[in-house]
Design a protein around this ligand. Sequence first.
Ligand SMILES: *Cc1c(COP(=O)(O)O)cnc(C)c1O
Length: 383
Amino acid sequence: MNNYVNHPVISVDEIIRPTRLEIDIKVLTENYNKIKEYVAPAKMMPILKANAYGHGLVRVAQLMEELSADYIGVAVLEEGILLREHGIKIPILILGGLWGNQIPLFLKHDLTITASSIGKLDQINELAGQMKIRAKVHLKIDTGMERLGVHYYSADKFLETAVKYSNISLDGIFSHFANSEKEDFAYTRLQLERFNEVLYFFEKHSIKTPLRHISNSGAILQTPEANLDMVRPGIMLYGVYPSAEVAKTIPVMPALKWKSLVVYFKVIKAGHPVGYGSTWAPDHDIRAVTVPVGYGDGYLRSMSHKAEVLIKGNRYPVAGTFSMDQIVVNIENDSVYNADEVLLIGEDGNNKITVEDLAKWAGTIPYEILTNINTRVPRVYIE
Ligand SMILES: *Cc1c(COP(=O)(O)O)cnc(C)c1O
């Protein structure tokens, strides 16, 4: 086992904190290959925003490059620059909107720009001309999300502008689905129809169509007719499905385990409350252990009174309201020792705790669980 740790402060030898994320590179690789095979011949743009959904931006990007991904997609400029600074060479599309005077930074770091208005195209063309660089651009079309992009019903002028500018290399055009993980495909199909109408522009004017892409995880799983030239898998790459109801047509596996260790053992007497606010007390004497993880790590406080953990394959409830850095686990009459492993997410024997379980306890979606796991938690890679 060769560990690679992605942590802002400390190196692997110095890690003294028992709480960590273990990310299995083999599982990530298999997930990537399964998706790629399923969507072939469409190209792949794995989505690595928000620290690669918590899995560690740089290492996951290196893996995607090793696997010959065609593109990487991230949300914000800083994520793209960080990847360039770590030597990532493949095309990187910044999915979010342009802000302020970011354009020169995009050009300097060879990052692909999402353009979402004619005004932005004007600025990009002008600055690229000044810097004597051809700006790489993907156009964003809004087909029914009302978030970012030019509306599908008034896109022609936008496309005309993009193709006429000599300092712009029009490499792609894309849109985004609002409901692709739902059981009902009607809105997804409507959005795809709208996108295809916009794309007719290229055929009509006999202009080479740039890379067309619209599919996120839900659409990759359920509506293959939307694959077009490239797909953008996010959460499924990490082995988590975008919703409970989505058709699981590709068997991906979770790549991440969240682990900690028992650091303290005690008996709690009946009636003695646990944690801030004294929100819970046992009605009989119990054994309990303290585990050094809390909402400051992204182990969300809203899971208090619902969450369970695995110790030696057994499920135990977390007692009381979570602290920032510690939780207390009720082990009743069982025997657990200091330095025993505690699984917050993962599988052990016949028992498992999933990202979906945490989402249910917290009243949120799996995406929010993954992206909230703080950088304070070291990422350890199982190669
Ligand atoms: C986040 C994102 C994706 C990936 O979505 P998943 O549901 O995680 O697959 C794809 N495209 C865009 C524009 C995104 O913002």
